[in-house]
Design a protein around this ligand. Structure first.
Ligand code: IPE
Ligand code: IPE
Ligand code: MG
Length: 247
């Protein structure tokens, strides 16, 4: 009989993170919220490093939600500048590390300059075969599903598919990240227990990991802790525990 000690650790193939708590982290130190956003970039570097070491296939990070436009103009503007800065400064390093970089979300609301920079970064790294790093920006889970529905509807309208061909699989094919392994682990930092319109479709059978740690304090050790917790979870996908253990 194989004991659990002999079994290999389960590594999630696809991890997504709601990087929350930047503002509170800065405010706790008497600083402005944007200081937290800047500090959060170090945590992004740390989790990318951790994901590469653990040989995770895909890492998806929630950087800016479709609801975050409601924040004060100055905060939104700093976030856009930071995004631009990261694209110009960090993408070369990602490329060197064989990382494929992509941005998911409705990019049409971003400045032309930012959209061009995103395209350039995606093209530069498109052929890389290592970690797939997706940044969700102006992303909303409801938008993603509505967008997929719209594409299917347009195919029906153009007689490319029949109504009967609309099903879970075909809708899935039109959602963001459809080419990636299924989402295994969804991490949220910052102490709240909600999904905030992130990967609604993709999270159907993901394991959830919530931590009170604020995003700028999240590091490689904390990331590895989440992977260890995932390893201990029993994923049953609707089956009984016994069935799941035998499969
Ligand atoms: C997450 O941190 C980053 C973004 C949403 C862009 P917050 O800015 O939400 O930080 P808190 O939750 O207010 O502390
Ligand atoms: C979710 O955080 C979005 C990102 C981390 C980018 P929020 O701080 O916007 O979430 P809510 O508003 O507290 O639900
Ligand atoms: Mg927040």
């Amino acid at each position: 009989m194989i004991t659990s000690l002999d079994e290999e650790k389960k590594i999630p193939q696809h991890i997504a993170i709601i990087m929350d708590g930047n503002g509170r982290w800065a405010q706790a130190q008497g600083k402005g919220r944007v200081v937290g956003h800047k500090a959060g970039v170090d945590s992004v570097r740390a989790v990318v490093k951790g994901a590469r070491k653990a040989e995770v296939k895909a890492l998806t990070l929630f950087a800016f939600s479709s609801e975050n436009w409601q924040r004060p103009e100055q905060e939104v503007s700093v976030l856009m500048d930071l995004f631009m800065y990261v694209l110009t400064k960090e993408v070369k390093r990602l490329h060197k590390n064989n990382i494929r970089f992509q941005v998911i979300g409705d990019l049409s609301r971003f400045s032309d300059k930012l959209q061009k920079s995103i395209k350039k970064s995606e093209q530069l790294t498109a052929a890389n075969t290592g970690l797939i790093l997706s940044i969700a920006a102006n992303y909303g889970g409801r938008w993603d599903i509505a967008n997929a529905a719209k594409q299917l509807a347009s195919q029906v309208q153009n007689n490319e598919i029949s109504l009967d061909e609309i099903n879970e699989n075909s809708l899935h094919e039109h959602t963001c990240l459809a080419q990636l392994p299924a989402l295994d682990l969804l991490i949220r930092t910052g102490g709240d227990f909600r999904i905030s319109n992130f990967l609604l479709w993709q999270a159907a059978y993901a394991e959830f990991y919530f931590t009170d740690i604020l995003w700028p304090d999240f590091n490689e050790d904390e990331f590895n802790k989440a992977i260890d917790v995932f390893d201990q979870r029993e994923r049953r996908f609707g089956k009984t525990g016994e069935q799941a253990q035998n499969s």
